[in-house]
Write a protein that binds this ligand. Sequence first.
Ligand code: 4NP
Length: 158
Amino acid sequence: MSVKVLFVCLGNICRSPTAEGIFQKLVHESGLAKRIQIDSAGTTSWHQGRSPDPRTIAAAKKRDIDLSVLSARQVKRSDFEDFDYILAMDDSNLSDLKILKPEDYSGYLGLFLEFGSQKKYREVPDPYHGGSEGFELVLDLIEDSAAGLLLSIQKNHL
Ligand code: 4NP
């Protein structure tokens, strides 16, 4: 049986596809690709079917991660049947997910950065309206938390 992880942000074109790509790479490098399944979604359908933001693709490419193949989708209620971990990028995403969550959801719903080691940020800041440094920060925060998430999953499930 595999562990299923869903990363969620607002548009599914900046933060959550970055988390999907970074965590996928880490899981692959750890030889766990068959044990951990990964996806991402947005709380909105604003960018449904589109590739990640070109700035997100460019920033990830510099770290050897190809996000160009991903396409945005909106989170749905049945995701709570499919995913063991649903990880929000910020508090606003988390409160939207709590509204959607079935009462009997037995998986883990929380903020992704709770798995990280840094203490300065508890949310991944939305980079959409800012400059390139925002996209680098997104990558740095996500890399840190991805490592912690993998350790936690290995300890608790594998
Ligand atoms: P994301 O970033 O939630 O990290 O994908 C955003 C993408 C699009 C918009 C806002 C944030 N937007 O306003 O369209």
